[in-house]
Write a protein that binds this ligand. Structure first.
Ligand code: C2E
Ligand code: MG
Ligand code: MG
Ligand code: MG
Length: 284
């Protein structure tokens, strides 16, 4: 019966679909509420120097404190938030919170290191990012050099935005700029000359195929070499094994981030980690 009817509206509008649409709307409403109430939490993952093991910074990674599901990982809601036009509001909360936390740590006497924040394409499309970043730095009292902004190649390629002016203006504020997930985007390398980039973060997909996959090794090595010639900092993300670290060290890669050193941690654990790690370095 249903088969014979063709693709009519009534066929689409099954109770199951209605259920799905309702769930999506509820989900969207929950996310809106979360944005209004700031029901998120930041976890911080250390970024370290490969040669010395020294702490070089933290990346702030958002989690949603979901009323029914506990802490929800960004992979599960960032895409949804992007589709619903909510990601810029999430990013703004993250930016504020991360800068506040970095300043608090400095005031508490911890070694001052930059905090890195991920900004989505929407943030660049919808808002005056430069004004917003300047405002947050002013509000929190964090010195601009202790803020790094991570954007993907796709964001960088946005047409219709004044990306070049925007990045130069951010740079003039004194913040650091990193390209995230480097090597996975569809883009030309010409932007490395055009934009004032400080750092490339080699995507985890290449790092996780080290040390045995020769193609991954060739790509990582090429990125490290290029970084050295262009005076860019190179950070390898997703380093999980001592073998991967060993290979990266031999290639001359300067920085790393990954479970081998630490997974992302809530702020209190990150502070405890800093105390312990910095003491360990002093003892060495
Ligand atoms: P990303 O910026 O590339 O962040 C790195 C992700 O890799 C994090 O996942 C981190 O937990 C994970 N990771 C780090 N080391 C390892 C490792 O050794 N092994 C493995 N398997 N994974 C590792 P997370 O926290 O789930 O974040 C996923 C993505 O969500 C981020 O990728 C970023 O693109 C996005 N994201 C996170 N926070 C924000 C935010 O505040 N705003 C926006 N727009 N996006 C965010
Ligand atoms: Mg990132
Ligand atoms: Mg990344
Ligand atoms: Mg990634």
């Amino acid at each position: 019966m249903a088969k014979a009817r063709g693709r009519s509206f009534s066929q689409f509008y099954t109770p199951a679909l209605e259920g799905r649409a309702t769930r999506m709307l509820m989900q969207e409403q929950m996310l809106r509420n979360a944005v209004e109430r700031g029901e998120f939490e930041l976890h911080y993952q250390p970024q370290t120097l490969i040669q010395s093991g020294e702490l070089a910074g933290f990346e702030a990674l958002v989690r949603w404190k979901h009323p029914h599901r506990g802490l929800v990982s960004p992979n599960e809601f960032i895409g949804f938030a992007e589709n619903r036009g909510l990601i810029a509001a999430v990013d703004r909360w993250v930016l504020n919170q991360a800068c506040r936390q970095a300043k608090t740590w400095q005031d508490d006497g911890y070694l001052p290191v930059p905090v890195a924040v991920n900004l989505s394409a929407q943030e660049f499309r919808q808002r005056d990012v430069v004004q917003e970043v300047a405002q947050v730095l002013d509000d929190t009292g964090l010195d601009a050099r202790y803020l790094h902004i991570e954007i993907t190649e796709t964001t960088l390629m946005l047409s219709g935005t004044h990306m070049q002016q925007t990045l130069h203006a951010l740079k003039s504020l004194g913040v650091g700029l990193a390209i995230d997930d480097f090597g996975t985007g569809y883009s030309s390398l010409a932007y490395l000359r055009k934009h004032p980039i400080d750092r490339l973060k080699i995507d985890r997909s290449f790092v996780s195929d080290l040390p045995h996959n020769p193609d991954a090794a060739a790509i990582v090595n090429a990125i490290v070499q290029m970084g050295q010639s262009l005076h860019l900092e190179i950070l390898a993300e997703g380093v999980e094994s001592p073998e991967q670290l060993h290979m990266l060290r031999q290639m001359g890669c300067a920085m790393m981030q990954g479970f081998l050193v630490s997974a992302p941690m809530p702020a209190d654990r990150a502070a405890a980690w800093m105390s312990q790690h910095c003491q360990m370095l002093q003892r060495q």
